[in-house]
Design a protein around this ligand. Structure first.
Ligand SMILES: [Fe+2]
Ligand SMILES: [Fe+2]
Length: 192
């Protein structure tokens, strides 16, 4: 996988350099020709083409819990997940990849704690079950991080898929379950 991703990144750089060289050559050989301008436009499009291949998750109103700081947490988690997908897909620097993964895991844990505290404060009856779900997720991610520490980049595809699938499902199915209960008790009127 890392080979595939690195090959993609190197190919992208080579194509960009070739286009740039063609632009210079076109300007030198025929300065009035429209060709270099077409090539410049193609060069400008390159980052957009690359970006399009990376799966990015957009925030949607249907993910909203109605409690501002929890929605902000969820937005940040999606942002960190997107950053991680970019780091994984570009596969150019292990440090960048590891940093993005660590930030995502650490913010996920931080968010879980905040959410559990909120449920506890309002006496939500489904707290224990929700906590178990969070813990199962943390255990799974930590297991993958341990595998990543041994196998490196190759194992990360599973983490991306797991986190994307789990996070969206958890927000839509489990987090929305406490929403009505907490909003009815006025939890949406307070911020932290
Ligand atoms: Fe959540
Ligand atoms: Fe949750």
């Amino acid at each position: 996988m890392i080979v595939n991703n690195r090959v993609k990144s190197v190919s992208f750089i080579i194509i960009s350099i070739l286009i740039l060289l063609s632009v210079i050559l076109s300007f030198l050989t025929n300065p009035v020709s429209p060709t270099p301008w077409v090539l410049i436009a193609a060069l400008c499009m390159m980052p957009l083409i690359k970006q399009k291949h990376i799966k990015q998750i957009k925030w949607s109103k249907e993910y909203s819990i109605g409690i501002e700081y929890i929605d902000q947490d969820h937005k940040k988690l999606l942002h960190l997940l997107n950053q991680f997908s970019i780091a994984f897909d570009y596969a150019q620097c292990e440090e960048f990849e590891r940093e993005a993964l660590e930030e995502l895991v650490s913010y996920t844990k931080y968010h879980f704690k905040r959410e559990e505290k909120l449920m506890e404060d309002y006496g939500y009856p489904g707290l224990a079950e929700h906590q178990e779900e969070h813990q199962a997720m943390i255990d799974k991610v930590e297991e993958y991080v341990a595998i990543y520490n041994i196998e490196g980049h190759d194992s990360l595809k599973q983490v991306t898929n797991l986190l994307t699938y789990w996070l969206i499902n958890h927000i839509q199915e489990s987090d929305t379950q406490y929403r009505d209960y907490l909003v009815e008790l006025g939890a949406d009127e307070f911020d932290v």
